[in-house]
Write a protein that binds this ligand. Structure first.
Ligand SMILES: N[C@@H](CCC(=O)N[C@@H](CS)C(=O)NCC(=O)O)C(=O)O
Length: 208
């Protein structure tokens, strides 16, 4: 039994909850921390995660922050080789998309989400939103081109933690009130993910 600190409407928490469902690890405790719930700035939370963000995973004596590291850890501990391959070449293909999510895919989509959905005034300036839309369109275009030649899922024919990491933002891209360029492979991928019960439960079912 482990504990996940984080609200279920957080993208980074939902990634981890989706993976847990995929690998049959549902006997965890989850505590509502983050925006609108218990504050991440409280001393007891900051002792676990000094970044003041969710999620935090507490697994026995181990405390892990950074959702993508939580995906790696939980998949290594409880998943099959399909979901996080041990072989180095296959693993590198998964890893690069995890890093790309943090450095590239998130940038425009986070800005659009904060501006159009959360309506945080720091993100509602039209020029900023236009730039974010351009950045997100570019990122989704890269993923679309990759999927068009690579198979059903990001790293090939099997679902991996690269999908658990990026599927959340593919969902957000499809439900935000924005214009979307034609990305046929990406649209087909979103439909494919949507057929999965665990994706419905933790990604689609939790809103934008
Ligand atoms: N790189 C971090 C980012 C975590 C993050 O930005 N979490 C957001 C929610 S998605 C957060 O905690 N926001 C503040 C809050 O909810 O109080 C991760 O992947 O874990």
């Amino acid at each position: 039994m482990f504990t996940i600190y984080g609200r279920t409407n957080s993208s980074n928490v939902r990634k981890v909850l989706w993976l847990c469902e995929e690998i049959g690890q549902t006997d965890y405790k989850r505590l509502d921390y983050g925006r609108g719930f218990k504050p991440c700035s409280s001393p007891e939370y900051m002792a676990l995660n000094p970044n003041m963000v969710v999620p935090t995973l507490v697994y026995g004596d181990l405390v892990i922050w950074e959702s993508n590291t939580q995906l790696r850890f939980l998949a290594s501990k409880h998943g099959t080789d399909d979901i996080y391959p041990a072989e180095l070449t296959a693993r590198a293909c998964v890893e690069q998309w995890l890093d790309w999510q943090l450095t590239t895919a998130i940038v425009g989509i986070r800005h659009l989400f904060q501006g159009l959905h959360v309506k945080d005034e720091a993100f509602t300036d039209p020029k900023g939103l236009e730039g974010a839309h351009k950045q997100a369109t570019g990122a989704m275009g890269i993923l679309d081109a990759h999927l068009a030649k690579n198979g059903a899922y990001i790293a090939g024919e099997n679902l991996t933690i690269a999908d658990c990491c990026l599927g959340m933002y593919v969902h957000r891209w499809h439900v935000l009130p924005i214009e979307r360029a034609q990305h046929p492979a990406l649209a087909a991928y979103y439909e494919r993910l949507s057929e999965r019960d665990a994706f419905q439960k933790w990604i689609v079912g939790q809103g934008v």
